[in-house]
Design a protein around this ligand. Structure first.
Ligand code: ATP
Length: 679
């Protein structure tokens, strides 16, 4: 409702038709968002602002959206700011003339560099009023900082930050005057504060990317309706616009492509003009865990399904367009830019893996049949033993270099196991049933031993046959089975969704909780005895995506070899912080505190015997609704591997931990809502 109402008074009187969007106006919206925790209100502030952009400066819609979601470009473009806390502190010091020591002390007290910067600037006399920042100018400035490379790049990055900061105003909620407690500055529309928070990668507004997407859809629908001279749209039209944008974004997660297309064709014709295309990776479909074959049979009863081997390698999406393809596509991916034809390979996180797998890209065209001109393929790259001609364990794959691999230097060969086709010869095929997509896949390629083949499968619903397939998969060094709906519209490919139409059955977890967990390392305890020079145990957390917090879930000290402990010590000691971040939810009892805290950056895969409720941990405490604030914890956790392909925001979510806990036998009848992490 609020989104539909115009406020009457113009909140940005200085912003005229055609003017670049003032950055101060965006910061005002950020400050309004910061003052509330209510999702609907957050969404309506966002949407009101985007409407204003559409009305006055539509050409700035893209930079506005990017600044709102704290990104400079789509993930696959690989644009990284590449700056840490210390560089930001240096820039704040040099801009404001305050010593690094004072800035560090402030940071230890306040825990938010954005506020530290605003505080530092507020105590600085202003000699002259700098030229006002614009949204486009800020984005360009940040992009400049990200793309600096080569000798002296750190110094030039600092200079870039200083340039932005010296034009930014302070505007704290309490006007930054004397007597204002800066540590409690919520709602200050300070440009300084938001620039620094952007650089840190956390706007701390509780503004999820999903919310911005919905707000953008609503703003577009309202804007288009108003432009046609109609009254405000009804909720059906809003929902239709939202559904269109969500679907398009899930297939083509790139605002750089979508926003211009939406401005050109309008939101209701977006799907016809903009969908899945080679060169732009989509987020893969994910599976739900199960802990028995009977659970699979219960879920898929009466439906046709297929059981594929679950290979233990790295998820990959291969995009290919032949030079003589009638349709050509442009990609901003570094490996594919500016030439006819295209071949690229992306990770589960949409990172460009082309420099890691040049051997795959060099061969792709030899695996296709002559009629195949373009495709997007979902597959697993698996380490391959060329002597015994069989799959090798995941650990072998991890020994491959990640960057700048030369084909001639590749020691660990990989074989591609293809299991899905998302785009074929100029057409997105995600909506077709899996049976048809699989037929296309088999038509399009000709397997080459040790290089490319199809995932092995059996289409059966017989319990014993499934058991046999499971045993065979394990004998073939696989992790178990992926069971997938085969026909009907339930078997379409659902990008970025953890779907009930794909189930994973992992051999190792049949008696446990059904799956391993991917957890973020928050802190560590110094080792004892033989382990005094390294960390001996760690505090791990799951992720609460709604609140954007990390919730402690266990301490872990088993599963590590001495060599791994040493390696972990050297990587983790690089990212220590002085005190826990405000968005860590953990025990406050002194004896439970780790000796050191880390930036939430590293994700580990961990196995557990089962889940239990514990007063010491906070995972899912709110969903559990225990008045004493108890959370869920892992019993007998065991380290399996570092998940380099997962970002901390992709760690197991608290709601998933709650769901796994509830699924454990004999725990309550109420299973609660099923989780869904689609967009
Ligand atoms: P998730 O992807 O579910 O978050 P995860 O990354 O830890 O979890 P797993 O739980 O091991 O992965 O299971 C899903 C992964 O299995 C896929 O992302 C893919 O990399 C891999 N995989 C192997 N074989 C197949 C297959 N036949 N179909 C789909 N995925 C497969």
């Amino acid at each position: 409702q609020t989104a539909l109402k115009s406020s009457g008074k113009d909140p940005y009187p200085d912003w005229k038709q055609g003017d670049p969007v003032p950055y101060a106006a965006l910061c005002t919206t950020f400050s309004l968002i910061e003052m509330t925790t209510k999702r609907l209100i957050i969404s309506s502030h966002c949407s009101l602002f985007l409407r204003q952009v559409l009305r006055l400066t539509p050409q700035d819609l893209l930079p506005t959206v990017l600044l709102m979601i704290n990104k400079l470009a789509a993930d696959y473009a690989g644009v990284e700011l590449g700056i840490g806390e210390s560089l930001i502190m240096k820039a704040i010091g040099e801009t404001t003339g305050r010593s690094l020591q004072i800035i560090k002390a402030d940071q230890a007290e306040i825990g938010d560099l954005g506020l530290v910067a605003a505080k530092s600037r507020s105590s600085q006399p202003t000699m002259f009023k700098p030229k006002a920042l614009t949204v486009k100018g800020v984005l360009d400035g940040l992009m400049g900082i990200a793309t600096v490379s080569g000798d002296g790049s750190q110094g030039r990055k600092v200079a870039g930050i200083k340039k932005l900061l010296s034009s930014a105003d302070v505007a704290l909620a309490g006007k930054g005057g004397k007597g204002v407690d800066i540590t409690k500055d919520k709602g200050g529309a300070s440009e300084t504060k938001f620039i620094i928070r952007f650089l840190e990668g956390k706007l701390r507004l509780g503004l999820a990317e999903k919310t911005v997407l919905v707000a953008l859809a609503h703003a577009m629908v309202i804007h288009e309706t108003e432009r046609k001279g109609n009254r405000l749209p009804n909720s059906e039209q809003l929902a239709k616009g939202e559904a269109i944008l969500k679907t398009v974004y899930s297939e083509l997660p790139s605002y750089e492509v979508i926003v211009p297309a939406m401005l050109e064709h309008g939101i209701f014709l977006l799907r016809e003009n903009c969908n899945l295309q080679p060169g732009v990776p989509l987020k893969p479909m994910l599976a739900k865990p199960t802990k028995s074959i009977t659970e699979v049979l219960d879920r898929f009863e009466g439906k046709n399904f297929t059981c594929e081997f679950k290979y233990d390698g790295e998820r990959a999406q291969i995009h290919y367009v032949a030079e003589d393809s009638p349709q050509q596509y442009t990609s901003t991916s570094s490996s594919a830019k500016g030439r006819k034809g295209l071949s690229a390979i992306f990770s589960r996180n949409s990172e460009d893996l082309s420099k890691k797998y040049p051997d795959i890209l060099a061969k792709v065209y030899t695996w296709i049949k002559s009629e195949t001109k373009s495709f997007v393929l979902d597959c697993e790259t698996v380490a391959w033993d060329t002597v015994d001609k069989k799959v090798m364990p995941f650990q072998q794959l991890m020994t491959r270099k990640r960057k700048d691999v030369k084909v001639e230097d590749v020691k660990v060969k990989v074989c591609v196991f293809a299991f899905d086709m998302l785009f074929y010869n100029g057409e997105a095929v995600v909506e077709k049933p899996l049976r048809e997509r699989r037929e296309l896949l088999h038509q399009a390629f000709a397997p080459v031993e040790g290089e490319f083949t199809f995932a092995q499968y059996g289409d059966t619903s017989d319990l014993e046959e499934i058991q046999t397939l499971l045993d065979e998969s394990v004998k073939a060094s696989c992790e178990g089975l992926m069971v997938k709906m085969l026909d009907t519209d339930e078997s379409g490919y659902e990008p970025s969704k953890r779907s009930r139409n794909w189930l994973k059955v992992k051999k190792d977890y049949l008696t446990g909780i059904g799956d391993s967990l991917d957890l973020v390392v928050l802190g560590a305890y110094y080792g004892k005895g033989k382990r005094t020079s390294v960390y001996g145990a760690f505090l791990l957390a799951c992720y609460n995506a709604t609140k954007q917090t990390y919730e402690s879930v266990c301490n872990i000290g088993t599963g590590f070899s001495e060599a791994i402990l040493e390696e972990l010590h050297s990587t983790l000691s690089e990212i220590t912080i002085e005190k826990p971040k405000p968005f860590f939810l953990h025990s406050t009892v002194p004896k439970d505190q780790p000796d050191v805290w880390f930036e939430p950056r590293v994700v580990w895969e961990v196995k557990t015997a089962d889940l239990t409720v514990s007063p010491r941990y906070k995972a899912g405490a709110e969903a559990l609704g225990d008045a004493s604030g108890k959370g869920i914890s892992l019993r007998f956790p065991r380290f399996l591997k570092v998940r380099e392909d997962k970002k901390p925001e992709q760690a197991t979510e608290s709601r998933m931990v709650v769901e796994l806990y509830r699924k454990q036998e004999n725990v309550g009848k109420d299973k609660g809502p099923s989780i869904d992490d689609d967009f």
